[in-house]
Design a protein around this ligand. Structure first.
Ligand code: PLP
Length: 404
């Protein structure tokens, strides 16, 4: 008789986006004439850049020709892409990361969920609160988080690091020492970042306690300020304690194309065993690689034309971020984020809950955003708007919010 993985049953329902969808549907049924503007989900809206399209077409042509056809990709990914990443994302910044320390994948969501597999069940994880939900949920599935308290919305065996206004939406070093620390900067959902000096403290702390940092750099391309690190490997000592996750979703619009990478330096060891060797084993056994066509598109991200076009695309979204940030400030809201990230985090007015404010914006401004409480208890009283809409919709949404 088969038995299910009962840890899955412990997962509280993910009500956030389904509740949002239900509320939108109900509102639209009653008000079919109202055109909603959606600044809720963190998905891009601009088409793929011409350099990417050209690379995709070229790779498709290759696949149609016996002499240039490609079957299974190498386990770690194609050398041309790993080398482009090693050089452009790391070596030009003076970071010692080699191409064979980069594992190409189909995105940071899978990697951030799967990476926990190479660690023992009795590791204790620490996460920011609020947080991208994948880190906690995948540890729940693996039976690593203890019991859930619906009152506090917390797991007994997870260390929560509140990221509140008082801490500038950054975590503080936890008092109880974790084994695995999840960090994400620029942050989803708060749009906050930390300086290189602050990140260095985390690297020193992890090395001191023999902990591992899983550093999600999915929004790296949105950094505009000089003292914000683009990779954790800018910090001294990160090679012995940090894994970095990269995504092509937000810097190049690959949310529907799918491409990412996990960077695991060969210096992170438990005894004689490297985490690199465990992930290589895992990758080789469970994963057959991102498609050749997509990896060629990824290579084009690093071409001179690709870089120019994608810089423009990111600037387009960051201009939206500015419109949202400045518009909300003018309207009297307390806002943060939006400077090094495509997310604007705003305090709900007059003590409204995150969901009250969701209903208010939906009904009075016909604008959809995401309640902060959906990302963790410390998100209550906050609301996330994204800069990933079109410019026209963004301007119209802010206009409506101001009038509401
Ligand atoms: N990590 C964070 C923090 C995210 O916000 C997201 C998507 O929104 C992802 C990872 C997913 O990235 P990918 O599309 O590469 O799977």
């Amino acid at each position: 008789m088969f038995k299910i993985n009962e840890d899955y049953l412990k997962l509280p329902g993910s009500y956030l986006f389904s509740t949002i969808a239900k509320k939108i549907n109900a509102y639209q049924e009653e008000n079919p004439e109202k055109a909603l503007i959606r600044l809720g989900i963190g998905d891009v809206t601009q088409p793929l850049a011409p350099a990417i399209i050209e690379a995709l077409h070229g790779a498709v042509e290759e696949m149609g020709n016996a002499s240039t056809f490609h079957g299974y990709a190498p386990d770690l990914g194609y050398e041309f892409l790993r080398s482009a990443m090693a050089q452009n994302d790391y070596q030009v910044r003076g970071c010692d990361i080699k191409a064979d320390e980069i594992f190409i994948s189909d995105g940071a969501k899978g990697d951030s969920g799967n990476i926990q597999e190479i660690f023992a069940k009795n590791n204790k994880i620490a996460v920011c609160d609020p947080v991208y939900p994948v880190y906690v949920d995948t540890n729940v599935m693996a039976g690593r988080t203890g019991t859930y308290d619906p009152q506090t919305e917390k797991w007994s065996d997870v260390i929560y690091m509140p990221c509140t206004k008082a801490t500038n939406f950054a975590p503080e070093l936890p008092k109880e020492v974790p084994d695995i620390i999840y960090l994400c900067f620029p942050n989803n959902p708060t749009g906050s970042t930390i300086t290189k000096a602050e990140l260095q403290k985390w690297v020193d702390y992890a090395n001191e306690h023999k902990a591992v940092i899983i550093y999600d750099a999915a929004y790296e391309a949105y950094i505009t300020e000089a003292d914000v690190p683009h990779t954790i490997f800018e910090c001294e000592g990160a090679r012995t304690c940090a894994i970095e996750l990269r995504s092509f979703s937000k810097n190049a619009g690959f949310t529907g194309v799918r491409l990412g990478a996990a960077v695991i330096p060969k210096d992170i060891k438990s005894g004689d065993t490297t985490l690199h060797s465990l992930w290589a084993r895992r990758h080789g056994t469970k994963y057959n690689g991102a498609p050749y066509i997509v990896q060629k598109a990824g290579e084009a991200v690093y071409s001179p034309t690709g870089k120019v076009q994608l810089k423009e695309q990111v600037a387009y979204y960051m201009n939206n971020a500015k419109v949202i940030y400045n518009g909300l400030k003018e309207a009297g809201y307390t806002v943060s984020g939006g400077v090094n990230a495509p997310y604007i985090w705003l305090e709900t007015p007059k003590g409204m809950t995150s969901w009250d404010f969701f209903d208010f914006l939906l009904e009075k401004a016909n604008v959809v955003g995401t309640p902060g409480s959906g990302f963790g208890p410390s998100g209550e009283g906050y609301f996330r708007l994204t800069a990933f809409g079109t410019y026209e919709n963004t301007v119209a949404a802010i206009d409506r919010i101001k009038k509401a």
